[in-house]
Design a protein around this ligand. Sequence first.
Ligand code: HEC
Length: 137
Amino acid sequence: MKAFGAALASCVLFLAVSVVLGQNQNPNKSPTSAAPKYDPAIYAELQRAPKKARERANPLENDPDAVAAGAILFEQHCAECHGKSAKGTRKAPSLRAPEVQSATPGTLFWLLTNGVVRKKMPVWSKLPEPQRWQLVR
Ligand code: HEC
């Protein structure tokens, strides 16, 4: 039973990681019923990241522990709104959309730092910087 729990947990984490990493998901395959309909306008905020923020390199880029740590953080802080596998819920849009998947780590770090408060995406500046980088790696 314990082992099963652990396997399940690592499976969930793996999903979160693949989302956090922002790689090669097909966003069009998964419009889950609860999630808001895909609309590029939702992600407009990402376009507002200043050039300098976009180009900022992730200091944890080569840290082998960052992915697992990011997955745990996602589960703790983001899954509640964006869903366990980040496909979105009624509260928040999918993070598997191409706008998010193709955003640079610096852009996502900037977004987490600033939030989109008027649209109910919280500011994450209370999370220490390294943790924000773990999430966007
Ligand atoms: C209280 C609910 C809530 C939580 C918790 C939350 N988000 Fe969001 N998030 C939102 C909403 C709502 C939006 C859509 C904002 C908009 O319309 O621009 C959003 C949008 C985003 C976007 C897309 C940017 C954009 O232009 O909208 C990213 C990336 C994102 N969230 C990442 C995260 C991460 C990573 C976490 C965990 C650290 C997180 N969110 C936690 C509600 C939440």
